[in-house]
Design a protein around this ligand. Structure first.
Ligand code: HEM
Length: 521
């Protein structure tokens, strides 16, 4: 029996193959602990036997959903919640080359995936996610033993663990607030959506501010976004081609890639001392509150409260899922309709910030997802539809011990095991890092602008040709007017985030892993 109703003006959405797609891609395992085993394949035949045993234990979307339903019921009935250990496996291009026929490999056309060569000969990655530390340790030990017996060498083991409070990263910010929603259904029922539609004013959004995108952006074999669909800001996107094909219908990935996804893994070291030092020095030089300067770097206060909605830290706003992502930069999306049951009641969304006076153009979230800015400002961008074709699903987890405020340097490494999923590494992860975060952008009606009039690089992750320093610009109306305009400051910062390893991987569907293991591909 179908219960949900649908908005008939919306296009029909595909049924997702929830028994085939790895649960970390579209849902996220989101466990307290996640460990990555990086493997080199030494003996392909032995490794296939290891893979066959592993293939029966991989975790699908269906399994994650069933577990979460049961867990909620258990918690509501006052019992101790159940725990689980979840697995995913992924391969580099070189790793696939050792396991499948060259004809089955030839149709991967993502140039970055094909060309990726690390210093270390990484061929495969096994992700182990668990609620409980000792269950995780047991599983990792077992897998490392089985992999070693199964023709592989364990190159490294990367251990991630949530900090406290749970959703914080090492600089102290609430992370994982803004993710794309996903079009697609869990069953034949017309309204059984993976992403619930909670914005009464826009059926094309999940929570207010969360555009729902065609699943082909993240999983092969489904329609994707059309970057040229319409430049109307916030307009409904038409589904593009199936993500296995380019616009000219030539394959970009083999047919067997259906229900799989590219995984980018980056081990990012965070220099918390350098971050705090920068904030302290700038606060004293500018005479502004440290919390405001931190927010200018990210675009959100530490609680998650967005600068577009508040000039002061506001913890209630930071955790309000109906409001903390409900903003655009260059226009406003008015709240009109009364919410239906299960939808958000919206407060008036903020006025636009066309000149970057509240939320700097260089702030991390404005760089990494410019929302409706793109049509006005970003070089070579085709507007909102184009921007929505450069999104990623982020699945990061911190590594290393916390670094409490006021503690003296402890020499420990800490940072983020950054992972994200997409169907084009070139157009998604790399576009964000190279075309947005690292670029000193055009920000004046399409006229190229040198610093200090450009935005500079992303305050958090932007990289400059000079690895020792990065520059970005803040307009600071808080300092008053200078020559009739809000004060502008060019800031120079050391790198706070340094990549120290990683790779580009492909996560096959559950049945494709079994086929690889049986030597059928
Ligand atoms: C250690 C490195 C990083 C830190 C500390 C960090 C931190 C954050 C924080 C605090 C947020 C705001 C919370 C949210 O909106 O979910 C955020 C958002 C985001 N980050 Fe990062 N991030 C890091 C690396 C990266 C990298 C490497 C990329 C991609 C190349 C990236 C892409 C994004 C995107 C797309 C958003 C969401 C923006 C939005 O939708 O408004 N981040 N990050």
């Amino acid at each position: 029996m179908c219960r949900e109703t649908v908005n008939s003006s919306e296009p029909e959405e595909p049924v997702l193959d929830i028994h085939e797609i790895s649960g970390n891609i579209l849902l996220g395992f989101n466990k307290d602990r996640e460990t990555l085993l990086l493997l080199e394949i030494l003996d392909a035949a032995a490794f296939r036997r290891f893979l066959l045993a592993l293939s029966g234990r991989l975790t699908s979307i269906a399994e994650v959903l069933a577990f979460r339903r049961e867990r909620r019921a258990t918690i509501e009935s006052g019992q101790a919640p159940q725990r689980s250990v979840w697995l995913e496996v992924a391969f580099t291009h070189e790793g696939l080359g050792k396991l499948i026929r060259s004809s089955a490999l030839a149709e991967f056309k993502d140039t970055s995936f094909v060309a990726d060569r690390l210093g270390e000969p990484v061929n495969a990655l096994v992700l182990v996610a668990a609620d409980d530390a000792s269950e995780l340790a047991g599983e990792v030990e077992r897998l490392a033993r089985e992999a070693a017996a199964g023709g592989a060498r364990v190159l490294s083991i990367q251990q991630g663990a949530r900090l406290s409070p749970r959703n914080r990263e090492h600089f102290g910010f609430h992370d994982g607030i803004s993710q794309p929603g996903i079009r697609g259904r869990l069953s034949d029922c017309p309204g059984d959506f993976l992403t619930r539609r909670e914005n009464p004013d826009d059926p094309g959004e999940g929570k207010p501010g969360q555009a729902v995108l065609w699943p082909g952006e993240f999983v092969f074999g489904y329609p994707g976004q059309d970057p040229f669909a319409s430049n109307a800001e916030g307009g409904i996107q038409k589904p593009g081609e199936c993500s296995l094909l380019a616009a000219d219908r030539s394959p970009v990935a083999p047919e067997w890639a259906r229900n799989g996804s590219y995984l980018v893994f980056r081990r990012l070291r965070q220099d918390v001392g350098a971050f705090r030092d920068f904030i302290r020095r700038q606060a004293s030089a500018l005479g502004l509150a440290p919390a405001l300067l931190e927010a200018k770097l990210v675009g959100r206060f530490k609680s998650g409260a967005p600068l577009m909605r508040t000039a002061h830290e506001d913890p209630a706003l930071g955790t309000d899922g109906c409001a903390n992502n409900d903003f655009l930069y260059s226009s406003s999306s008015p709240a009109n309709n009364q919410p239906a049951s299960g939808q958000c009641r919206r407060s008036t969304p903020p006025a636009p910030d066309l000149l970057g006076e509240r939320c700097p153009f260089s702030s991390h979230i404005r760089k990494a997802y410019p929302r409706d800015d793109a049509s006005r400002f970003v070089v070579g961008a085709g507007g909102r539809s184009d921007t929505e074709s450069h999104r990623i699903l982020r699945r990061a987890i911190p590594f290393g011990p916390p670094f409490p405020e006021g503690a003296s340097p402890d020499g420990e490494e800490r940072g983020m095991l950054f992972m994200c999923y997409q169907t084009s590494i070139v157009e998604q992860f790399e576009h964000i890092q190279r075309q947005w975060a690292n670029v000193v952008e055009v920000r004046r009606d399409g006229i190229p602008a040198e610093l200090p009039f450009g935005a500079g690089v992303d305050g958090l992750i932007g990289q400059s040709p000079d690895p020792r320093q990065r520059q970005f610009v803040w307009k600071l109306p808080e300092l008053g007017l200078e020559n009739g305009q809000p004060a502008v400051r060019l800031l120079t910062a050391p790198p706070f985030v340094v990549p120290t390893g990683g790779g580009y991987f492909f996560v096959p569907s559950l049945s494709a892993v079994a086929q690889m293991a049986r030597g059928e591909l």
